[in-house]
Design a protein around this ligand. Sequence first.
Ligand code: SAH
Ligand code: AVI
Length: 344
Amino acid sequence: MPPATVEIRHTPEQAAEALRADALTGLTSMPKWLPPKWFYDARGSELFEDITRLPEYYPARAEREILAERAPELATVTRPGALVELGSGSSVKTRLLLDAFSANGPPDGPTEGGTSVAPSGTPSGTLREFFPLDVSEQALREAAHAIAETYPALRVHGVVDDFTSSLAVPDGSRPRLVAFLGGTIGNLLPDERAKFLTSLRDALDGGEWLLLGTDLVKDPDTLVRAYADSQGVTGEFNRNVLHVLNAELGADFVPEAFTHRAVWDERQEWIEMRLRADRDMRVTLPGIGLEINFTEGEEMRTEVSTKFRREHVASELATAGFELHSWWTDAAGRFALSLARATP
Ligand code: SAH
Ligand code: AVI
């Protein structure tokens, strides 16, 4: 198999245009806000990987625990022809899935109309393709090449795309399993989440699969500590959005003049990350012809990270046209993986 290929569906020009629009909307709103997808330039993706290794950041370890325990069962139930991973990042945990799917046996049998068919004529379900999809091009390229090296029999095709704009699920062998891990769905606002799930369902055939990672509601102290770590890595990640605005829009933010904040919103059941201005500041953004003021103590929202309950996940999936097949949590009940099937 040749090394991984990478396709750019969301070009740097489109990304630059989207950033200009988001910055203009968010920074002229009151209170100011920015969408979290702009954390993830190459440095932001590395900082996120550092976060996953922090003692306070339990979600990555909890999800890994579930994947390690459930991957064999998942492989038997879904028998996918293609694995699509949205917001794939480093795809490190995904290796647990790839290992389990490889244990299904080597690819065999001809394909008919994109559907892999075993010699007997029954769908073989053997994994042939892996499609990681992410906005962060460098992280995606590194992950795709590393996976291709470890799994030489697998076709690895990376896609640089924004899953919130127009979601086109790569056209691989059926059935496809779409994995959306890490709890990243919680970074979408409720209306964005509903739109995302509906367009994902529309892009799938009836009977295809979604594996969805969601962090769960728990005591506020544990939640806040996961987003306000003692080493200050999450603060650096949070301030990285200002470095991105400086690099892409020629802005003159002084990132060190903003303090990282993580606040639990009891009503919305989400952690809100904010940047608080340490003093009065005037910031110029030549890329969008904008000058803005911050007053001392003013807080700008940079991310929501929604925490879920089982009934919440099941009903949102049902509304979008998915049926919950399995609900798995780690032993401590901190994080959940939902396996859902697109209803016909
Ligand atoms: N799935 C990985 C990474 C989670 S971090 C894990 O569980 O560890 C969130 C990832 O989603 C980042 O790699 C980021 O670049 C990507 N991402 C965020 N918003 C995105 C969007 N709108 N479209 C595509 N990828 C996005
Ligand atoms: C990617 N996403 C699920 C992370 C989260 O937990 O919401 C991003 C993150 N923000 C701060 N720490 C990690």
